[in-house]
Design a protein around this ligand. Sequence first.
Ligand code: S3P
Length: 170
Amino acid sequence: MNNIVLCGFMGCGKSTVGKNIARKSGKKFVDMDSYIEEKAGMRVSEIFEKYGESGFRDMEHEACRELSLEKNLIIASGGGALTFARNVEVFKQNDVIVLLDVPLDTIKYRLRNDTKRPLLQRPDKDEAMAELYEKRLPLYQAAADVTVKGEETPLGTAFAVMDAVRLYSK
Ligand code: S3P
């Protein structure tokens, strides 16, 4: 089978849900940020510091291209990845893109104590998140083949994704 690519805003549960899908389906889970970190030998926050966001986006694009060449992966994309046409194009060729749809208020709550995401380390974090969320949601929706509500338990959402992908692939 081709890869399942989870997309959606930071904190929507891509990694947690992805791990549950992998566990239930016996497929391999790949977290795109960890993949980039391993290749670069540094954390995402350090990549942002050293090379800026655009340097990170280039590494992210490279990761998308490499991962799309594989099969049977459950991929948790980074929250920005599928907002770029060049990455959507790469995954659209063979893979199923699934949007985990979670309301902004839930995201804000989940990320209230976040210290690791460079885009959120700012005093006006709530406003910045709201602005980014509004800008990105239509891009995620356009990229996604399937949308699943992501407010259930991670396992419940994992099953919902698996069902939705099965229906989509028929
Ligand atoms: C980003 C989301 C992060 C990570 C980087 C940029 C974004 O991934 O790729 O900090 O632009 O939304 P998560 O969605 O896993 O937090």
